[in-house]
Write a new protein. Structure first.
Length: 152
């Protein structure tokens, strides 16, 4: 039997096999980043197809880090319900799921975020549109957003 079908483990998480669905961008979230029923069904279908591990589309951790329209968000408590439904759908089909979290930084979409994209340093070779250069404090605040854990 191929090793692809063998059970495996990643950092204590038991997987039924070695098939991993890498992060993609489905463009199925709501405008505010909320997980929609359509997106829940995509992940449920993958789990039913016995994908060992599903990695979600990149989910922005702060509103000012949104890269594109209909991108999954994970930045606000009000988004928890849709994310919970997504996880329950995958777990109900005996699958495993992890979230890819992101902040678009320099490449954030100013039209979507309503803010000037952030950059760690000047980088004019990528374009002439305005960017706000982050301070050390600003960089720290973004880093904290990736690790923020809220109870409830």
């Amino acid at each position: 039997m191929s090793r692809l079908f063998e059970k495996t483990e990643i950092n204590g998480m038991q997987l039924a096999n070695r098939f991993v669905r890498s992060a993609t961008w489905e463009g199925m979230a709501a405008e505010d980043g909320a997980c929609t029923s359509r997106l829940v069904e995509v992940y449920r279908h993958l789990a039913e197809g016995q994908v060992g591990l599903i990695i979600t589309s990149h989910a922005f951790v702060r509103k000012d880090g949104q890269a594109g329209s209909f991108q999954l968000g994970i930045y606000d408590d009000r988004l928890k319900e849709g994310l919970r439904q997504m996880v329950e759908a995958v777990h109900g089909a005996k699958g495993k799921i992890v979230a890819q979290i992101s902040h678009a930084g320099f490449f954030a979409n100013a039209k979507l975020t309503g803010t000037t994209p952030l950059a760690a340093s000047p980088a004019e070779q990528f374009g002439k549109s305005p960017r706000m250069i982050l301070t050390e404090k600003g960089i720290h605040e973004i880093v904290v957003s990736f690790g923020r854990r809220q109870e409830g």
